[in-house]
Write a protein that binds this ligand. Structure first.
Ligand code: AP5
Ligand code: MG
Length: 213
């Protein structure tokens, strides 16, 4: 099963992608998480990507493709995956199609999690993230059992540098300009499914499961 999660920053792609991945036993692949691990480990790729991420811009396609192609080549991707935050531009989606075509394969589902910008801005301020396992929490809607500590791996939770309100505004602007055209691209191919992302996390998940089974 090969699934792409689409939606604005903070729409809940990561939250839903993790649940889908664990339900179907396939990997959750978030390019944002992969970049954050590279930034934390101060790799050459991480240093280059940080400059763009901290300003709310997209990382250039060539750096993203270098990262994702290596990941999709790993053994755990054979039965499928949930892509979260990739593709984000038309050239990235064409590169993904090309990689899949070469394996006689194709994408099966793209799930758009639809949330208005004003809801997003509120959500981001309350988000706390685990840099070790990528899980996200929220100060009001999804609190960890122990304050400031990840339930799953015990690491400290942080407020992401790019969740500052002015950077969130920039990320939303970039999303509407560079990523939203993908919605039409996948709709024309007949594989786009849109869910309302403003309800409860569990309700949205059920809606997605109904699409996938
Ligand atoms: P990335 O990490 O992908 O960030 P993003 O797309 O901006 O998305 P977020 O992770 O911020 O949000 P999300 O939709 O996963 O929401 P979440 O589930 O956490 O990318 C970061 C940066 O890396 C980019 O800006 C770019 O620079 C670069 N990058 C990454 N991939 C790239 C690519 N392919 N090309 C170029 N550049 C790339 O939820 C948000 C919050 O809301 C959480 O606190 C959560 O608990 C809460 N929440 C979730 N659902 C609900 C709900 N239903 N109700 C209430 N609260 C909810
Ligand atoms: Mg995310």
């Amino acid at each position: 099963m090969k699934i792409v999660m689409l939606g604005a920053p903070g729409a809940g792609k990561g939250t839903q992608a993790k649940k889908i991945a664990s339900n179907f036993g396939i990997p959750h692949i978030s390019t944002g998480d992969l970049f954050r691990v590279n930034i934390k480990n101060e790799t050459a790729l991480g240093k280059k990507a940080k400059v763009y991420i901290d300003q709310g811009f997209l990382v250039p396609d060539d750096l993203v493709l270098e990262l994702i192609e290596e990941r999709l080549g790993m053994a755990d991707c054979k039965e499928g995956y949930v892509l979260d935050g990739f593709p984000r531009t038309i050239p990235q989606s064409k590169a993904l199609d090309h990689t899949l075509n070469n394996k006689n394969d194709k994408l099966e589902y793209t799930i758009e999690v639809d949330v208005p910008d004003e809801v997003i801005i509120d959500r981001m301020a309350g988000r706390r993230a685990c840099l070790s396992c990528g899980r996200t929490y929220h100060l009001e809607t999804l609190r960890p059992k122990a304050e400031g500590i990840c339930d799953f791996c015990g690491s400290f939770l942080i407020l992401r540098d790019d969740d500052k309100p002015e950077t969130v505004m920039k990320r939303l602007e970039v999303y509407h300009k560079q990523t939203q055209p993908l919605i039409d691209y996948y709709r024309e191919r007949g594989i786009l499914h849109t869910v309302d992302g403003t309800g409860e996390i569990e309700m949205i998940y059920q809606e997605i499961i109904n699409i996938l089974v």
